[in-house]
Design a protein around this ligand. Structure first.
Ligand code: C2E
Ligand code: CA
Ligand code: CA
Length: 576
């Protein structure tokens, strides 16, 4: 009796423990994001747990429900699902597959696991099928996959993927003994579009260019990518076959000349420079080709807009020379290796000295003279022109002060100023404080500027020039006739002197139309009250002609080459 009671209590206790464990399992199971189907083999009965019902809207109770499950997915998934549900058919204990549901397009991973247990008779086992929604995981993976191959702004290939495809092109080209052309497309004035229209429009334009290029892609033949900013690359496999560089560039120019329509309704038409580098001549690796095309584009940009150029050895030589100059230039700024020459300017009628133009000279450490036409553009590009320009202003003023003190005479000191110098907020202050430092009369100082600076920011430049003129400094417009030369803005522009560019003087005697232009520039300048200077006058005939048609001042080798300061001393003492 006692024993029976004991056994009853024990059973009760065990039962309680079991139902507690079962409760816990059930809670855990029901809160799981997994759906489960359980089957004890040997039994036809199925049990569903977890999120299964929530996922599919039904529960599985028997074999017939497998059909319902198959209906959730497309027909072509049926066989892999069936294989997954029954791994025992293949003597396996595990199987898995991924399928996308028909109705709500969700991705599911289905996994079946078979558990043998020592407690069960042979051939008997437990089967657990789990279902999990992996839609997010898939999306994340496909985003990653997308990002690995495509550029997010334009939707075409990104640089890395392009390089790997191009590398594939190159190895194929070696085997098939053919060429590959690499085109680098750099949109002209894109920065201006970005600055004026805003980066949203800028991006939209890039996207549209990308869309156009995407349409030009041909599998295994023509591939395109967005390298960065406003630069795209195109690789053409076997450019002497069905797809040529010429026809690609032709189509590109036609497309670019028709405008791109932005979502705001704005129409933007663009041009681009295209640098072409060919395998194997320009380079044998993808990166070499891209670098070469980059150098060619850089070369195009130096020569203007809407230009296509092919890689050739001199371009690379020039580029390397420029890199070399750029490096030396940095040192030269620190070691003060520049000096100034001064070219005299004479009144045409009296042949009296009107002034001198200071011109920079640079002898590099090997003693080679590097002309300013070579290094000034480089210095303007990398910003060194700011320190170089300050040296020029300071040294010219220091020298000029010495001359005026010693020879007791005043003349004009003309100083060339680059656009970058004007753009600085402290430009007027720097000039005025140096004029002050050397106690030079502001009216003896003339700044030579070029038209290019007007295009950038007319109002900003004008206000600075007005403030300099208010303090007595005069302004001369250099190289007139080579740039935009719009006479309408001359009226609004605060200048005193106009320098007719040497290219006019070179041909003025032989070319009737140059004569007409030169004479009308002179007439117009006088009507507007500007003084005129002809520069680059090399002989007596040019001199006679120019003074005959009323040019005020003559500068050039005929009357005097640029001279070092000591030689100007000789000249001044002679005049005195
Ligand atoms: P630019 O301002 O037009 O200077 C006139 C250039 O023509 C000078 O060349 C001068 O030597 C040259 N030249 C003068 N008369 C004749 C002539 O009769 N025949 C020939 N063939 N040439 C003549 P340079 O000194 O080589 O300067 C070239 C350019 O470099 C200058 O053109 C100017 O744009 C720039 N540059 C020179 N010095 C400076 C400077 O200190 N600062 C800045 N920003 N630019 C400078
Ligand atoms: Ca000049
Ligand atoms: Ca000039």
């Amino acid at each position: 009796m006692e024993e029976n009671k004991f056994q009853l209590d024990l059973l009760k206790a065990q039962n309680e423990k079991l139902s507690k464990t079962e409760r816990i399992y059930r809670i855990v199971c029901e809160s799981s994001e997994y759906g489960y189907v359980y089957q004890a083999i040997g039994s036809e009965e199925l049990l569903t747990f977890g999120s299964f019902e929530k996922m599919f809207g039904f529960s599985m109770t028997g074999q017939k429900d497998f059909e319902r499950l198959l209906d959730v997915f497309p027909e072509d998934c049926a066989s892999s699902i069936l294989d997954t549900l029954c791994p025992e058919k293949y003597n396996k204990t595990f199987a898995t597959c991924e399928c996308r549901s028909l109705a709500d397009h969700l991705w599911y991973r289905i996994t079946t696991r078979i558990e043998h247990s020592d407690e069960l008779p042979e051939f008997a086992y437990d089967k657990v099928i789990t279902f999990i929604d992996i839609t997010k995981e898939k999306a994340r993976n496909s985003d990653l996959l997308y990002m690995a191959y495509y550029d997010t702004t334009t939707g075409i290939y990104n640089r890395n993927y392009f390089v790997s495809l191009l590398t594939g092109f190159l190895s194929r080209a070696v085997a098939e003994k053919c060429k590959v052309s690499l085109l680098m497309i750099d949109i002209d004035d894109f920065k201006k579009i970005n600055d004026v229209q805003g980066i949203i429009i800028g991006d939209e334009l890039l996207e549209q260019v990308g869309f156009y290029l995407k349409g030009r892609m041909v599998e295994d033949k023509v591939i395109c990518c967005h390298i960065n900013n406003d630069i795209f690359c195109v690789a053409i496999y076997d450019p002497f076959g069905s797809y040529s560089v010429e026809s690609f560039c032709n189509d590109l120019r036609i497309r670019f000349s028709e405008s791109f329509c932005m979502s705001t309704g704005q129409e933007i038409s663009i041009t681009a420079c295209v640098g072409v580098a060919e395998f194997p001549e320009a380079g044998t690796s993808a990166l070499d080709l891209i670098n070469c095309a980059d150098i060619v584009v850089y070369d195009c940009k130096q020569h203007g807009k809407n230009i296509t150029r092919y890689f050739e050895a001199p371009i690379l030589d020039d580029f390397l020379k420029n890199v070399d100059i750029e490096n030396k230039l940095k040192d030269a700024v620190f070691t003060n290796s520049f000096m100034l020459y001064y070219q005299p300017q004479y009144h045409a009628v009296t042949r009296k000295l009107r002034g001198v133009e200071s011109l920079i000279r640079w002898r590099d450490e090997n003693g080679t003279m590097i002309p300013p036409s070579v290094f000034i553009p480089i210095a303007e590009k990398n910003g060194l022109i700011i320190s170089i320009g300050r040296f020029v202003v300071e040294e010219s003023l220091r020298q000029y002060k010495k001359w005026t003190d010693y020879y007791k005479m005043h003349f004009k000191l003309s100083i060339n100023i680059s656009a970058l110098q004007y753009k600085r907020d402290d430009f007027v202050d720097v000039i005025m404080s140096l004029i002050d430092k050397y106690q030079v009369e502001p009216s003896d100082v003339e700044l030579e500027i070029t038209e290019s600076i007007l295009i950038d920011d007319f109002d900003m430049v004008t206000s600075k020039l007005v403030s300099l003129r208010d303090r007595g400094v005069s302004i001369s417009l250099d190289d007139f006739g080579t740039g935009y030369s719009s006479l309408s803005y001359l009226k609004r522009f605060p200048i005193d002197t106009l320098k007719i560019d040497k290219s006019f003087i070179d041909t003025v005697l032989d070319d009737a139309s140059t004569r007409i232009i030169t004479e009308s520039i002179l007439n117009m300048s006088h009507a507007m009250g500007f003084e005129t200077i002809a520069e680059g006058v090399e002989n007596e005939r040019q001199f006679n002609y120019l003074s005959g048609v009323g040019c005020d001042v003559i500068q050039g080798f005929y009357l005097g080459k640029p001279l070092p300061a000591e030689k100007v001393d000789e000249l001044l003492s002679y005049i005195n």
